[in-house]
Ligand binder design. Sequence first.
Ligand code: 13P
Ligand code: SF4
Length: 317
Amino acid sequence: VDPDSAWRDEVRRLAKERDAVLLAHNYQLPEIQDIADHTGDSLALSRIAAASDASTIIFCGVHFMAETAKILAPEKTVLIPDARAGCSLADSITADQLREWKAEHPGAVVVSYVNTTADVKAETDICCTSSNAVDVVRSIPADQEVLFLPDQFLGAHVKRETGRDNLHIWAGECHVHAGINGPELAERAAANPDADLFIHPECGCATSALYLAGEGIVPSAQVKILSTGDMVTQARATSAKSVLVATEIGMLHQLRRAAPEIEFSAVNDRASCRYMKMITPAALLRALRENKDEVHVDVETAARARGAVQRMIEIGK
Ligand code: 13P
Ligand code: SF4
């Protein structure tokens, strides 16, 4: 028996026995994506976690994603195969820092990206993900001040799209996406003039891509700023034969599955998130066998965060 198929059989058997649903983010290792019941972006996976009938959720992703599932489904057991799978972006603001920022802008509406800790969500009015950030900010009356956190590049994208000048942006970033830079993108785009550019809004290069489009260096119809889930949808819809992808490289697996006839390549093939890759096949098996690592969110914190997360899953449906 090939060991991979033995692993798959064992994971499926244990998941069934434990009444567990396996969720995997689009940046997970290919074998994890392939065995999951659902693979998707942060928003899709949060919605599935909230709606699932399973008594256990195994979240193959990073810690804030599993915490979000627990906030939405407190009665379920939520496991993450390795609790050390953090996120540099979520680490870029603490609840204390947010409280100080709020004190400087009394009355402002706080919009937090889902890439934040439960403590930060508890200080938040509405959460968003990259697929509905623009819709979330548009849902706030135009004359109201907004504090947007923690990602500066997603914040800049939202500000451009909404044209709001009363949007204040925290200066956080994801180390993986910030490292996908403009010059690298410009070079790759110049060498592949017919390729579509799929760019995650967390990227440092998103502004450069729009500059390339504005200057006519790349036709603007070929430049697409997309969440990871929207990249999959767009891969099925585009007529391009090749696509340059600016995001974490785990994404390529799902894109190639969705559109095998298209050539997908990474703008930066070193853009790998070490936290996402902590969820190994062995860790997933251990999670199922030993019921570990269980994700707990303090009951009071979860209660304070729940409204903001529920508004997030309602907006942009
Ligand atoms: P998506 O919501 O586009 O999947 O992005 C999540 C993310 O930031 C993981 O890095
Ligand atoms: Fe966080 Fe960046 Fe990793 Fe996403 S890719 S989980 S934002 S560190």
